[in-house]
Design a protein around this ligand. Structure first.
Ligand SMILES: [Zn+2]
Ligand SMILES: [Zn+2]
Ligand SMILES: [Zn+2]
Ligand SMILES: [Zn+2]
Length: 224
């Protein structure tokens, strides 16, 4: 099994699979069509936002008059929350508070970051895409998310990894083990028995602190 780092995600609207590079444009075509067909009197402003961490991504549609805290909560639910650490948004030139409105911060082409946990920090990047006038109600709609990346077992190199050892490293990255080989690793690594065995999950916080997976969108969380 080759390490498959090519990142792909399904479109929320038509359920077709696209690469990380293509999905943004594809979603924009749906959104532009929906904007054209909108009912003028009840349409409200929505912001299309891409969230990135290396090959992992989320595409969100967020209500313009929602507060940034709504995005913070969503990121914690799907990707980040382990044990109630602090979090903050940031930009190199200005402050982003949790009470700012999404439409005021997430202008097209703006790039900000979000830090979760100021000790073992997980930083992800948010990119503002277009705004649309739409007849939607929800504050956050998940338009796409990368499918779980295929990480091969460090021992047998055949099976997909189910666990990692946060104490042992293979080429600077954690060591990864399939169900079978994790039993072998238990015999040679004391830490693995104690505390360093963690599940492989579809999140940039995989392997950090006590992170064991999200609270929403669980079927794409990648826990085997
Ligand atoms: Zn589509
Ligand atoms: Zn934690
Ligand atoms: Zn294996
Ligand atoms: Zn180990």
């Amino acid at each position: 099994m080759e390490k498959e780092t090519k990142s792909v995600g399904y479109c929320f609207y038509c359920n077709k699979l696209f690469s990380k590079q293509e999905i943004g444009k594809h979603l924009a075509a749906h959104l532009a069509g929906m904007e054209k067909a909108r009912n003028e009197s009840s349409a409200v402003n929505y912001c299309h936002i891409e969230v990135e961490s290396d090959e992992m991504f989320l595409h969100l549609l967020v209500k313009g008059d929602a507060k940034m805290k709504v995005i913070d909560n969503f990121l914690k639910d799907i990707w980040l929350e382990c044990c109630g650490h602090l979090s903050a948004f940031g930009h190199k030139n200005f402050k982003v508070s949790m009470s700012h409105l999404v439409e005021d911060v997430m202008e097209p082409r703006i790039k900000i970051f979000h830090d979760y946990d100021f000790g073992s920090t997980t930083r992800v990047f948010l990119k503002g895409l277009k705004h649309y006038q739409l007849n939607e109600k929800e504050k956050v709609i998940l338009l796409s998310r990368n499918e779980p990346l295929k990480i091969p077992c460090s021992i047998c190199k055949k099976e997909p990894a189910a666990y990692l050892c946060s104490e042992c490293f293979d080429d600077d990255d954690y060591s990864y083990f399939c169900e079978k080989c994790s039993v072998l690793h238990e015999k040679e690594c004391e830490a693995f028995n104690d505390y360093s065995q963690m599940p492989v999950v579809n999140s940039p916080r995989m392997g950090v602190c006590g992170y064991e997976g999200g609270r929403i969108d669980l079927e794409r969380d990648g826990i085997c």
